[in-house]
Design a protein around this ligand. Structure first.
Ligand code: SF4
Length: 375
């Protein structure tokens, strides 16, 4: 088996100012002593992996601070962590370094510090461009914060700016969503991610819907909203390269492309997931336990699955199909998988030509079903 020498690094920063009602990510409300404990433990995790030589002879193609809200950490702390990472594992000269940020958690000064330290991609969770949408989902801040943060990022010399949006928010109409897209385009981002709101069990929003305090998103409306996004963003020069992701030419997220093109990635921080040398492993989703394990010089890994060659090949197919260009036909391996693919072609969920197989428009809507049928 030929192992890719390229690798991505993901750092899960598990803090937010408050929990949005729809959010099921592992996180806690940021407090200075917990943030300090996290940063110390993260340094130990980097050191342990360095001692093990796990990334020896690998080249970091991307470093991605996600969460949570990475900018819950002071900018100077983020920069110190980045410097440690780059000293430990020298990156490619073209490394993409992304920081996710909630627009109301960064100042112009923070953004200048981040840009000066070599962070070259900033991803803001805008979610909507209509203040009315925020209260039902418990998302703090307002549209003005997003506009201010984008202007400050540009002034700090960021040119690669992503804005995340969600559609199908409680009470959101197709007209309101279209207006959100139009207002977002006026901010001139280089990348836009559009995610359909999904109701995760155990969230405050799921409880609100169960008690008739919030409206459940309608499937048919979300389909129309997805089409509206594709139409408007395509007209504005964006290329839809993945089910939920649109980029100006050359601005596709290189970190996420590693996930979808069967490359390795190492995740650091509580709940972070990794895929290295055919092994999937995940960190414990508990900050206290994460800190304790690292205090004892143990890696905070809670689960580890060694994939067989056929499981790796199947995963590469499932993830690769999220890309709208699809995957090479010769990635479809063996008679059983070919039969499953042909079945999905007959159902109108996949299409293939001489070289590649890809999702149809219908398949893009039911990508999880397609993935399930390929297993
Ligand atoms: S800001 Fe993002 S990560 Fe934090 S609670 Fe809201 S959705 Fe979740």
């Amino acid at each position: 088996m030929t192992l890719s020498r390229e690798i991505g690094l993901y750092i899960h920063v598990p803090f937010c100012r408050q929990r949005c009602h729809f959010c099921a990510f592992y996180l806690e409300i940021g407090r200075p002593e917990r943030i300090a404990a996290f940063c110390s433990a993260l340094r130990r995790e980097i050191d342990l992996y360095c001692q093990q030589g796990l990334l020896a002879e690998r080249t970091l193609q991307s470093i991605y601070f996600g969460g949570g809200t990475p900018t819950a950490l002071p900018a100077s702390q983020l920069v110190a962590l980045l410097e440690l990472i780059q000293t430990t594992w020298p990156p490619s000269t073209a490394v993409e370094v992304t920081v996710e940020a909630h627009p109301s958690t960064v100042t112009a000064k923070d953004l200048r510090i981040l840009a000066d330290a070599g962070i070259n991609r900033i991803s803001f969770g805008a979610e909507s461009m209509d203040d009315k949408d925020f209260a039902p989902i418990g998302r703090p801040g307002n549209v003005r914060d997003t506009e201010t943060a984008v202007a400050a990022a540009r002034a700090a010399s960021f040119t690669n700016i992503n804005l995340d949006l969600m559609y199908g928010l409680p009470g959101q109409s197709l007209e309101a969503w279209t207006k959100t897209l139009q207002l977002l385009l006026m901010l001139d981002p280089s990348h836009v991610s559009c995610y359909a709101l999904t109701i995760e069990e155990g969230t405050r929003l799921a409880q609100d819907i169960a008690r008739d305090l919030a409206l459940r998103p309608e499937d048919a409306l979300q389909v129309d909203m997805e089409s509206a996004a594709e139409t408007l963003l395509s007209k504005a020069g964006f290329i839809r390269y993945e089910i939920s992701n649109y980029a100006k030419p050359g601005a596709a997220c290189r970190h996420n492309l590693l996930y979808w093109t069967d490359h390795d990635y190492l995740g650091l921080g509580p709940s972070a997931q990794s895929y290295v040398d055919g092994v999937r492993f995940g960190n414990i989703a508990d900050l206290t336990a994460y800190v304790d394990m690292l205090d004892k010089h143990r890696l905070p890994v809670a689960e580890r699955i060694i994939l067989s060659a056929s499981e790796r090949q199947r995963d590469a197919l499932v993830f690769g199909l999220r890309l709208l260009r699809g995957v090479p036909l010769n990635n479809v391996d063996g008679p059983e998988q070919r039969h499953r693919v042909n079945d999905l072609v007959t159902k109108g969920l996949l299409e293939s030509d001489a070289d590649r197989v890809r999702l149809t428009s219908l398949g893009q809507r039911y990508a999880d079903t397609v993935a399930g049928e390929l297993f």
